[in-house]
Design a protein. Sequence first.
Lengths: 329, 109
Amino acid sequence: MTVLFGIFLLTLVVITALAIVHTKNLFVAVMLLGIFSLLIAANFFLLDAADVALTEAAVGAGISTVLFLGALALTSERERAATPHRWLSLAVVASATLVVLYATFDKPTFGDPNAPVHQHVAPWYLEKTPEYVGIPNVVTAVLGTFRGYDTLGEVFVVFTAGIGVLFLLSGGGPAGPPKRQARPDGSAIGLRDDLIPRVVARLLVPFILLFGLYVQFHGDYGPGGGFQAGALIAAAFILYALVEGEGRTLEALPRSALMALTVAGALLYGGVGVAGIVLGSEFLDYSVLASNPVTGQQIGIILIELGVGMTVTGVLLSIFHAFAAREQT
Amino acid sequence: MELVLDIVSWILLSAGGFFVLVGGIGALRMPNLYTRMHAASVTDTMGAVLVLGGVMVQAGLSLAAIKLAAILLFLLITSPTASYALAHSALLAGVKPDSGCAADPEGHP
């Protein structure tokens, strides 16, 4: 049954991908990308990867769509006419597809317990997590402590990407095209002067924030963690910005606070790592943070997940505000 | 008792699936944007309520049922709002409610 569902979802993924390539309207392409991410998330969930599914749904289908729309507002809705030499790119894509297809013949079958991925370190993680870390969600244990270096790298990738985007967008440059949608009297059309979405959004924002915090701190016990929580909290603020306007959101959480959040998150993660060295062990070894090594591990995971959440929230909201600020100039 | 619950949830899930199917057919076959949205809204209301109700019967009295109820409440608040926002912006953008197939020349299947 799972295989059947998986094949169904993957077929839909392929159809959506073809539609994305085919459409010339970039707005439609962005919407289809959201559907694509949601289908992929459903597929991950089907494969029992609830944490990855949650991340894909929150970041891929949620935040990315908003950021793409922000980018589209700065450029054009139509795709530029195709460049010549299409046969060359077609040949490259076709040969790459053939190579990938050929490689799949060597892959283990779906759900094969003897697949190399189930024989390597995964059994050790599953076996040792209750003993060393003592939390039910092994994914969080792997992300937070066993593969802590990788997650630290991811946080700094997010951090660096945020800085890069802010540099690109904050430069002066020529003013963008005039706003596309304007009423005859010149006022922009926005959700701002629409009563129903405004009321509903104001009703929802606190609950989205609460859910974000739940996902943040419940990551030890169920699917969740800093990345998902950061995306959810950023989504709440973006919703607030859509209905109440840019200014009031920046009043609630100014740019300086966002920068502080971004930097403090990365520093918190790194600081927990250095604290391991100072207290007489190795970098990112949380066992020494408390007298009991298992408690130390749990404290360390909560702290680094908090750092991840802070950085992701700060970076996503900074990028959103940078796009919005460009639209106004 | 077990059997009764299974039958109830089976009926709810099938009915929900039927309404989702009807909504999908309507979204494909209706002539313009507003009628299509009208058809698709069946998915958000009857479809979601019945499917989630069926799953809640399967979950029994547990934390999962409360979470499903919260999802249902969330859907019942957000879907009509999203439909309203879409229809309202379509009206502001100049899509005429009484037009036929030519109402939306681009971007719709």
